[in-house]
Design a protein. Structure first.
Length: 297
């Protein structure tokens, strides 16, 4: 099956496009922009083609095309005009729309085509910050509104992770001298790693050596590194783990380890707000976001 999610409610269209359902209904009724089908109980539902057309219409509308003018275009003209606008405006909005479709349709080819177009005119750092971060933020909103299945998030996250790995490996081949050494990991039962993966890329880009240990790592698995005489900086990201009632004891254990070494420890995520005001005497720093960390390293 090519398109696992083939039908969308008007609420789905609102969440994905950012256009209110009321406005979509007006466009539908007044201008015949969309052609929904109806269930046996008379509830509207929309096809992938409807969704793609709506995203193109929104792109044109945001770029000073009047809805009345768009409504007179053929479907082919809407696609062509959207491509021209995307090219003239730096393709950010068009790229994000294409990424949404690739995710909803589980379409790896569309994802790669979109990424390849972007990487021809931008650096990977620019692509990630200007396109992928806004896209990932939107995924978070879609997740909250039940527009996505867990499979959608896993599919697109894995594709983005592949691109980060490829670009990081390319930098590592070029790097010969290192500034500092960072050990990056996620706590036990923590699997949300895209942010940490990108931070790993940025650290390598800045000429550092990184040891990326990945997801779901119990603290005692770091003993080899904690016992290392060289000065290391440990970095972790807290999304769902440790649980709120365990986080203080987790960092108390980290502090007792740091007391015996010169290592530094960086913790990132909103969960750090629970303990960032604690009086830790050794080298533990807390940051809300990856962006905040990048300002100081």
């Amino acid at each position: 099956m090519n398109n696992i999610k083939q039908d969308f409610t008007i609420k789905d269209l609102e969440n994905i496009s950012g256009i209110k359902a009321h406005t979509i209904r007006i466009w539908e009724k007044r201008y015949n922009l969309l052609e929904p089908q109806r269930t046996e109980t008379n509830i509207r539902y929309y096809s992938n083609q409807n969704l793609q057309k709506l995203l193109n219409v929104v792109l044109l509308s945001k770029n000073n095309f009047k809805i009345s003018k768009i409504a007179k275009m053929s479907d082919e003209d809407i696609i062509l005009q959207s491509r021209e606008v995307a090219f003239a405006t730096g393709i950010k909005d068009d790229a994000i729309n294409a990424l949404k479709l690739s995710m909803l349709q589980f379409n790896k080819t569309l994802f790669n085509e979109t990424y390849n177009k972007l990487i021809e005119i931008k650096t990977f750092k620019e692509v990630f910050k200007e396109v992928l971060i806004p896209f990932l933020n939107h995924i978070g909103l879609l997740w909250q509104t039940d527009t996505l299945l867990p499979a959608h998030e896993h599919f697109i996250s894995n594709l983005i992770a592949q691109k980060i790995h490829i670009n990081t490996a390319d930098l590592e081949r070029k790097n010969k001298d290192f500034n500092k050494t960072y050990v990056l990991f996620l706590p036990e039962n923590e699997i949300h790693e895209l942010g940490l993966l990108y931070l790993n890329y940025e650290l390598v880009l800045k000429g550092n050596k990184t040891i990326y240990l990945g997801q779901n790592l119990p603290l005692d698995n770091l003993n080899y590194f904690f016992e290392n005489k060289s000065e290391l900086t440990f970095v972790t990201s807290l999304t769902v783990q440790p649980y709120d009632d365990k986080i203080e004891s987790y960092f108390n254990e980290i502090e007792s380890i740091l007391e015996k070494s010169k290592h530094q420890f960086i913790a990132i995520g909103k969960k750090t707000s629970l303990i960032k005001n604690n009086d830790y005497k050794f080298n533990i720093s807390f940051f809300d976001t990856i962006t905040d960390v990048l300002k100081v390293i």
